[in-house]
Design a protein around this ligand. Structure first.
Ligand code: ADP
Ligand code: MG
Length: 253
């Protein structure tokens, strides 16, 4: 998909990011850039700092040092107003989904519209219903409560909510974790479809090999506080780098 002439090619940058918890150094100079319309993943062992990195990308945490730019906005010293505006330009699918149990699926999806757009109730419902269909959920799901949905349906509903403000950038934290293989494959296909339809840029954390091989354009391998390598899964699998070998041992899923 060609870049519109007035949009920068890079949607997210991290330069020399350092993060410490007390004396524990989690990030020790993280470097990465995510290109517009690509599906980018961060992988790494447990405790390597993936979730912390995501929290920094979505303005939930501030690193001790380094520079982060999201959609052209420098996160250092960002004002509250600028942060509020920026948050409406990206969507986040949290690992736990984060839907409100007391609200129906349609009400959950419509919530960001109620908070950030001046729309009538019928307009909110219509847009929420459209998103529900876009993520492959039946219209009958609209009036159900989150507790009534399967894991795969919950992910789709949460994704619809993350997309309802038409974000330019989507963050996914372990989007297929805990799902059966069939539901996970459905999410893989949905992520690909979303990018094809709208040219959405997607950053995800995952260790799902199917998702990594079948969906991602490039993957960053986080280990020992640094990005040890970035490339397509094909490229990474051929690299002679001991830091990334653990992720490519054994048969391909
Ligand atoms: P990952 O998601 O790759 O498993 P995390 O980013 O969750 O890793 O955590 C990286 C390291 O930072 C871990 O050692 C974790 O215990 C530590 N850590 C994460 N958040 C905090 C926190 N709020 N306070 C102290 N230590 C933390
Ligand atoms: Mg984590």
């Amino acid at each position: 998909m060609p870049n519109p002439p007035d949009t920068p090619h890079t949607v997210l940058e991290m330069h020399q990011v350092e993060t410490r918890f007390g004396s524990h150094v989690v990030h020790d100079g993280v470097e990465l850039e995510v290109r517009r319309s690509e599906i980018f993943a961060v992988i790494g062992g447990s405790g390597s700092g993936k979730s912390t990195l995501l929290r920094e990308m979505i303005l939930l945490q501030i690193p001790n040092a380094g520079r982060i730019k999201v959609l052209g906005v420098d996160l250092a010293h960002i004002t509250d107003d600028a942060a509020l505006a920026l948050r409406q330009r990206f969507g986040v699918l949290f690992q736990q989904g984060g839907l409100f149990g007391a609200l129906t699926v349609l009400e959950n999806i419509g919530l960001p519209l109620r908070e950030h757009r001046h729309l009538s109730d019928p307009e909110v419902d219509a847009l929420a219903a459209k998103k529900l269909a876009e993520v492959g959920l039946d219209a009958a799901v609209a009036s159900q409560y989150p507790s009534e949905l399967s894991g795969g349906m919950l992910k789709r509903a949460a994704l619809a909510r993350a997309l309802v403000l038409e974000p330019e950038l989507l963050f996914l934290d372990e989007p297929t974790a805990g799902l059966d293989p069939q539901s996970a494959a459905g999410i893989d296909a949905l992520v690909l479809k979303l990018r094809q339809q709208s040219g959405l840029s997607i950053v995800m954390i995952t260790h799902d090999l199917d998702l990594l091989w079948q969906v991602t354009d490039r993957v960053a391998v986080l280990a020992d506080g640094k990005v040890q390598a970035i490339g397509s899964m094909e490229e990474l699998s051929k690299m002679d780098n001991p830091a990334i070998q653990p992720f490519f041992d054994g048969p391909r899923a």
